[in-house]
Ligand binder design. Structure first.
Ligand SMILES: [Zn+2]
Length: 79
């Protein structure tokens, strides 16, 4: 399959994909996707999209949790 954007070669990969459920960031690991070798355009199969939507609707229980540091950028000082 060719990339719709640049007509480059697409390869099947397992990627990490972020979705937000209201204010909660969720990280989906090992999501099957087609990724363009040239421009990085990512495509999902309709089945995968359905699964991502189920997660985004909060229907899926997370496997594990990570604590994610949050930085208020205005407070950042560099020496
Ligand atoms: Zn492309």
């Amino acid at each position: 399959m060719k990339c719709l954007i640049c007509k480059g070669e697409m390869e099947e990969k397992l990627i990490t994909y972020d979705v937000r459920v209201e204010d909660q960031l969720m990280i989906l690991k090992n999501v099957p996707a087609l990724v363009c070798k040239q421009c990085g355009e990512t495509l999902f199969t309709p089945e995968t999209v359905d699964k991502i939507i189920a997660v985004a609707k909060g229907k899926v229980e997370p496997t594990t949790s990570l604590r994610v540091p949050v930085v208020e950028f205005g407070k950042v000082k560099v020496a």
